[in-house]
Design a protein around this ligand. Structure first.
Ligand code: SF4
Length: 262
């Protein structure tokens, strides 16, 4: 397959292993996998063979952080580990040297209060961590405490996403907090295992595809602004529901309006 004409600054998010991954050449990708960390060297060597620029490997793991298997090697792409829980802190402490590299980021769900505390513990120990604040449900009290720690605490700490991203990009006209979580149609396109292309993870999971193959993507492929429900914003401007005059609009864009209405 020839080099696809990707719209500017788009990265493909591709499952591994999959037919779609084997057919990619000469593009930037984020690799999603449910394989264990032992697979990282296989991903790196496949990417070299296919001339892929791997921006990150996104591991979905059912293991706690204390039980993770990782083969990071000398140099390789950043690794985001989406996991359910931290596990015993005493055991996590024994793995700090491995986890403290700039290339590892631990991502947990914001629905559980303990996860927000876990993220604070990891960041204070120098491990990059993230709370998946791009879609509900969210424990807002716990997340608010974490946001105060991320923005205002003067203690040394590692990055806490999405707050570090928000602080760095606040001067932008619009900050899409889905971007650190691959949920931003302006930055990412998502591939099914067969190679069909979707605009967001939600479109991918409900089978709403933009095109049947990567090869048929072009500069005219719709952007987030063209597809109202993907941009999380157009509907709130067309029909007044309070979002468009909310102080948090530039960061939220109405992402949590459904949760509020519910
Ligand atoms: S959902 Fe709407 S009202 Fe709620 S924080 Fe987001 S923009 Fe504001």
């Amino acid at each position: 397959m020839g080099r696809p004409m990707l719209p500017e600054a788009r990265t493909l998010v591709c499952p591994f292993p999959s037919t779609a991954f084997c057919e990619l050449r000469d593009v930037s990708v984020v690799v999603r996998t449910t394989e264990s960390g032992d697979f990282l060297p296989s991903i790196a060597s496949a990417a070299r063979r296919q001339s892929l620029n791997v921006e990150a490997v996104w591991m979905h793991s059912s293991d706690s952080v204390s039980d993770l298997t990782l083969s990071l090697g000398e140099d390789g792409p950043p690794v985001v580990i989406e996991t359910t829980r931290l596990g015993p802190v005493a055991e996590v402490l024994t793995r700090l040297d491995e986890l403290r590299t700039a290339r590892v980021n631990i991502l947990v769900s914001p629905a559980i209060r303990e996860n927000c505390v876990a993220v604070q513990i990891l960041a204070s120990l120098g491990v990059n961590a993230a709370i998946g604040l791009h879609s509900g449900p969210v424990d807002w009290d716990a997340c608010t405490d974490l946001a105060y720690y991320a923005f205002y605490s003067r203690t040394r700490k590692a990055a806490i996403e999405p707050f570090t991203f928000m602080a760095k990009n606040y001067r932008r006209k619009c900050v899409d907090i889905g971007e650190p979580f691959l949920d931003s149609p302006r930055r990412y396109l998502h591939l099914s295992p067969e190679g069909k292309v979707a605009l967001t993870p939600a479109h991918l999971s409900r089978g709403g595809f933009l095109s049947e193959t990567v090869g048929s993507i072009s500069e005219s492929t719709p952007t987030g602004e063209d597809v109202g429900d993907a941009s999380h914003s157009l509907a709130h401007l067309l029909e007044f529901d309070g979002c468009s005059v909310c102080q948090g609009w530039r960061l939220c864009g109405g992402r949590f309006a459904g949760e509020r209405a519910g």
